[in-house]
Design a protein around this ligand. Structure first.
Ligand code: AMP
Ligand code: TRP
Length: 335
């Protein structure tokens, strides 16, 4: 491929925290979209360990999860020769730019509005939450702005953070002259917000209290079947996709996204049939997706992954270093 056609590709950047169990919400809301997009974009996917430590982490587990997420990316179909896969903390410029943005553009009032901070600090109260958790969105903004990112493919819960990237990017540009590309977000229609299987009013979450909230990508067959059969539905009859049936709507979305059948095809297939039949087939579909994925994950060695992450970090550093130098000059650092 010529340098010219390489440059024409738009840049996408996204990340996932190496915490908890990656679930089908993460896959359908983010990773699946990345697999499709990375063929036609200049893609950077990172494992955001600096974000993970905004909450307490067990160091050994954090290392293990970081490798696991990288394996999941590859096993899901992201080609490491096409996309740059790297660990956030391998690129020091992320912390540096976050600090500079903290001082030059980010306001307390910007961060006070962020819902993720409110949710995550709920238990201990905001006064007891770590400063890093409060500043989390600015680090995410740095992740995005460092790479002249045009598009950020994420689930709906992240849109607020991408808006912040636009705000801080614009503020910096007007204060210090044109420096950052102003990014847009990309969310998928049905996958953007997969709801909990035990409670369709809340999103499926890695940190949910009950394991019946989510289906982890690494759940075994028996567990997947049990979780699907236990998923909450409603007291109406039939399999129909309607706003006033949020629990069933969520299950149909999962069915649709994993089977590539349309919603009307699904409704027609289950006409006159009940939840039992539908759930059994949905469990089959999830098992057929997850078990081969797990086999692919298990076939990748730690050494192979470390090599991919080394290569990714080198490539990411080249771009990030250039941008941070430009920023340092503009704000008045000596070199
Ligand atoms: P996190 O688990 O917070 O690191 O999220 C990783 C990616 O998965 C982000 O793009 C999230 O927006 C997305 N995501 C997380 N939970 C869900 C969900 N329940 N539905 C759709 N996307 C999700
Ligand atoms: N905050 C994101 C999440 O919890 C993860 C993330 C960190 C991210 N940096 C990013 C996503 C940059 C997109 C771009 O899901």
């Amino acid at each position: 491929m010529s340098i010219k056609s390489e440059k024409v590709k738009k840049r996408i950047v996204s990340g996932i925290q190496p915490t908890g169990n990656l679930h089908i919400g993460n896959y359908l809301g983010a990773v699946k979209n990345w697999v499709e997009l990375h063929e036609n974009y200049d893609a950077f996917f990172m494992i955001v360990d600096l974000h993970a430590i905004t909450l307490d982490q067990n160091p050994e587990k954090l290392r293990k999860k970081t490798l696991e997420i990288a394996k999941i990316f590859i096993a899901s179909g992201i080609n490491p020769d096409k996309a740059t896969i790297f660990v956030q903390s391998d690129v020091k410029a992320h912390c540096e730019l976050a600090w500079i943005l903290n001082c030059t553009t980010a306001k307390m009032s910007d961060l006070k509005k962020m819902t993720q901070f409110k949710d995550k600090s709920l238990k201990g109260g905001t006064d007891n939450a770590g400063v890093g958790l409060f500043d989390y969105p600015v680090l995410q903004v740095a992740d995005i702005l460092l790479y002249d990112t045009e598009l950020v493919p994420v689930g709906e819960d992240q849109v607020q953070h991408i808006e912040l990237a636009r705000t801080l990017g614009r503020r910096f540009n007007s204060k210090f002259s044109e420096t950052f590309v102003i990014p847009e977000h990309s969310v998928t229609k049905e996958g953007k917000r997969i709801m909990g299987l035990d409670d369709s009013t809340k999103k499926m979450s890695k940190s949910a209290k009950s394991k019946y909230n989510y289906i982890a990508l690494l759940d075994d067959e028996k567990t997947i079947r049990k979780k699907v059969m236990k998923a909450v539905t409603d007291s109406k009859n039939g399999i129909t996709y309607e706003d006033d049936r949020p629990a069933l709507k969520n299950l149909i979305n999962i069915y649709k996204l994993l089977s590539n059948k349309s919603i009307s095809e699904i409704e027609i297939k289950y006409k006159g049939r009940g939840f039992g039949d539908f759930k059994k087939d949905l469990a089959d579909i999830i098992v057929e997706f997850a078990i081969p994925l797990q086999e692919r994950i298990n076939s990748i060695s730690d050494d192979e992954i470390l090599e991919i992450l080394d290569k990714g970090a080198k490539k990411a550093n080249l771009i990030a270093e250039k941008k941070i130098l430009e920023v340092r000059k503009k704000i008045g650092f000596l070199r």
